[in-house]
Design a protein around this ligand. Structure first.
Ligand SMILES: [Ca+2]
Ligand SMILES: [Ca+2]
Length: 393
């Protein structure tokens, strides 16, 4: 009997690993959650205690159709966002991903957040990226494996993910990190995932070092041509007690393209509340931007307004440029040289100069609701496309 089971498991493994579609695309299924729960476990990292199994969180298969994206089953992970521990959903399942180019899955969260997606190699090097997860709606995640960034450069043997040595896959609600700064976000959460698949098909490149249409070297921050969202919405309330809110404005990639071509752009929908600055942030901490000399992007607003484009250094210094946008202008292409950015008044920098090798994040903010004459509660839609750094020698 044992022997039969072993053969059946081997056969299943073989089928899962060798599926080849009619179009010649090869796929490797990590899990579709159609059978029993296998290999997935909740883990946690506590300060001083290190890495351990997380006995407070639960992982199960759900067959509840409203929480299944593909087929008849999905995985549900129940956990709590607390400052006490960083919690992760993890699977240790060595996979030979030779020939695979992209990763695809679906994720749904009870509260809007960012989810870190990571693949670990034997030996511990972790390749990761973080993606936006809206509240209560399935988000498609589709990533080229070469768009994942090495977490700790001292660990990767060759700076690239070794596809024949992938040992584990994990998802982390970044709320577990953010709750230390924003205690309000603590509380119980559910995360559903479905259909975690690798494919030999390359997706359109939406991020990474590449060339412009004219052949100039650029670092593409985002073209939004895939469903994955690497940006986070955030707002800052200046009146009374200053307050920061994260993921409070819904983000979506939809089929309205910017002037640079392509088929899609990013949309943020929000109300202009007097005293509140609504923004969009893209983390670039793991990106090598040493050669960057300027930032190009396309913006479109449904209502006239005053916007701020900011670049923040790892040490905290913020460099900014104010941009006036008119709804009637439609898409506006901006080409902003680093030399035109000014240090923010409430910011400090020891050398007083925007250092490309120190770039941590970029952000866009709508200042209209904190300026004189602001009209309360006006709905706006801000669109973003073709965000890129021009690179020098
Ligand atoms: Ca499924
Ligand atoms: Ca686009």
């Amino acid at each position: 009997m044992k022997r039969v089971q072993a053969v059946a498991i081997l056969l299943l493994g073989f089928l899962a690993a060798g599926a080849r579609g009619q179009d010649g695309v090869k796929t490797v299924l990590l899990d579709d959650f159609e059978s029993e729960l296998s290999g997935w476990s909740p883990v946690k990292i506590e300060e001083g205690a290190g890495f351990s199994v997380d006995g407070d969180s639960r992982v199960a298969i759900t067959r509840d159709a409203q929480h299944v994206k593909v087929g008849k089953g999905a995985l549900v992970y129940s956990y709590e966002v607390t400052p006490a521990a960083i919690r992760a959903l993890s699977i240790q399942r060595p996979k030979d991903l030779t020939g695979m180019k992209s990763l695809h899955f679906w994720v749904k969260c009870t509260s809007a957040t960012a989810v870190m997606v990571g693949l670990n190699e034997t030996g511990g090097a972790s390749y990761q990226t973080s993606v936006y997860c809206p509240a209560g709606a399935w988000q498609e995640v589709a990533l080229n494996l070469d768009e994942l960034a090495l977490d700790d450069p001292s660990k990767g043997r060759n700076g690239a993910l070794d596809l024949d040595q992938v040992e584990s896959f994990h998802l982390v609600d970044l709320g577990g990190f953010l709750v230390r700064m924003i205690p309000d976000i603590k509380g119980p959460r559910l995360m559903w995932i479905d259909d975690v698949t690798f494919s030999s098909k390359t997706l359109p490149q939406t991020s990474g070092a590449t060339q412009s249409g004219q052949g100039a070297p650029i670092y593409l921050v985002d073209s939004f041509e895939s469903p994955v969202i690497r940006w986070a919405s955030a707002s800052f309330e200046v009146g009374g007690t200053p307050r920061v809110n994260l993921f409070d404005a819904p983000l979506a990639v939809d089929s309205e393209a910017g002037p640079g071509g392509g088929k899609r752009s990013l949309r943020m929908t929000y109300a202009r509340q007097v005293g509140k600055i609504q923004g969009l942030i893209r983390n670039l901490e793991k990106v090598d931007l040493r050669k960057a000399t300027g930032l190009d992007l396309s913006l479109k607003t449904a209502r006239d307004g005053t916007f701020l484009v900011s670049i923040q250094e790892k040490g905290g210094a913020r460099y900014q440029q104010v941009v006036e946008l008119r709804a009637a202008e439609g898409w506006k292409k901006l080409s902003l040289a680093f030399t035109a950015f000014k240090l923010a008044e409430d910011s400090h920098d020891e050398n007083g100069k925007l250092d490309a090798d120190q770039i941590k994040e970029i952000s866009l903010a709508d200042l209209s609701a904190v300026l004189p004459g602001a009209v309360p509660g006006v709905e706006n839609v801000l669109r973003v496309d073709d965000v890129r750094f021009s690179l020098g020698k």
